[in-house]
Design a protein around this ligand. Structure first.
Ligand code: PEP
Ligand code: MG
Length: 328
């Protein structure tokens, strides 16, 4: 089975009726680029840069310098051999603790995490933005901002990116002046107010892990409420539908990089809903590709409609099962 899947490496992920789905990899360290290519990824949809900042000890205890970050981002870019690498800016706090960011947080998931933390520490953020921009001289790079919810967060982020570009230009350091800038949609407010994002940004990526956490008000790290974590809750499906249709109308590229993208049980549903770009851990990519190759988009439509109209979890599960059984 594994051998058969590895033969699929160079086959594009196209449904039987000709709809191409772009499959990307989620990576945590630059060394993950090679396995991503091996799995057949068309690029990196999510480079979780916080792993360069976390679990540092001894001499490395301090935050990574611009040079250290530049080196890591460039390695990932070179490792992907011309395929796009989407680097997410620092997403610390809550389930991703950073010693330097530790302070009295009453409610870490709702506290000063991700973009909120970066905007509160503009020097740290600028250092990272400079390193990412410098890496963009070595291959296609995109910048992805986590946890955006407010218009002013977009404005301030774009201003800091402009400042980093200005500094690099003055220092005669190379970078891609047209580097695409996107946001993660992982807070329900961002999904519902999506028009706020589509005008100012180049692309969007849904972080379903946090979108589910914040929509259902369940701490994703708390095992006592893990049984309430439900990616098929009608509220989640409605939010996904709102995002995909708003993005489509606005003509802005959209991907999913949260856990739902790598869940084989959901592949046909997501494709049927209109998602065209999925980013997942590289190890899951071959089987997701196989599922897409076995799918006809047009046969999915009645099932997708039924699921999106239903507020009954038994009906949703059953319909999903019917969809899975199609053309197997
Ligand atoms: C997400 O929230 O779905 C996501 C991809 O980001 P992370 O899991 O790193 O928070
Ligand atoms: Mg997230």
């Amino acid at each position: 089975q594994r051998k058969k899947l590895s033969k699929l490496k160079k086959t594009p992920a196209v449904t039987q009726d000709g709809i191409e789905i772009t499959l990307l990899a989620n990576i945590e360290l630059p060394g993950d680029a090679t396995p991503a290519l091996e799995a057949g990824a068309s690029g990196v949809g999510l480079f979780r840069s916080e792993f360069l900042f976390m679990e540092r000890s001894g001499e490395q205890h301090q935050l990574p310098s611009e040079e250290e970050q530049f080196d890591a981002y460039r390695k990932a870019v070179l490792g992907m051999k011309g395929r796009p690498v989407t680097i997410r800016t620092l997403d610390v706090g809550a389930d991703k603790p950073l010693e330097a960011a530790e302070h009295n947080i009453l409610n870490p998931a709702l506290g000063l995490r991700a973009i909120r933390y970066c905007l509160a520490e503009p020097q740290l953020f600028l250092t990272q933005l400079r390193a990412i921009l410098r890496a963009s001289a070595f291959g296609p790079v995109k910048i992805l901002i986590p946890m955006m919810a407010h218009g002013f967060e977009i404005e301030q982020t774009l201003q800091l990116i402009a400042q980093a570009k200005k500094e690099l230009t003055a220092e005669k350091k190379e970078f891609d002046a047209g580097i695409p800038i996107g946001a993660m949609i992982e807070i329900p407010a961002a999904a519902l107010a999506l028009p706020m994002f589509v005008k100012k940004l180049d692309f969007l990526s849904i972080g379903t892990n946090d979108l589910i956490q914040y929509t259902l008000a369940i701490d994703r790290a708390d095992h006592e409420v893990a049984h309430l974590y439900d990616d098929l809750h009608p509220a989640i499906l409605q939010l996904l539908q709102i995002i995909v249709s708003t993005a489509e109308k606005a003509g802005i590229p959209l991907s999913i990089c949260g856990g739902m993208a790598g869940d084989l049980r959901l592949t046909r549903l997501l494709v049927g809903m209109g998602f065209r770009e999925l980013s997942m851990p590289a190890a899951l990519l071959p089987e997701i590709k196989q599922a897409i190759l076995n799918t006809r988009f047009d046969t999915l439509q009645p099932y997708v409609k039924k699921i999106l109209r239903s507020y009954d979890s038994a009906v949703i599960q059953e319909t999903l099962g019917h969809m899975e059984a199609l053309g197997k």
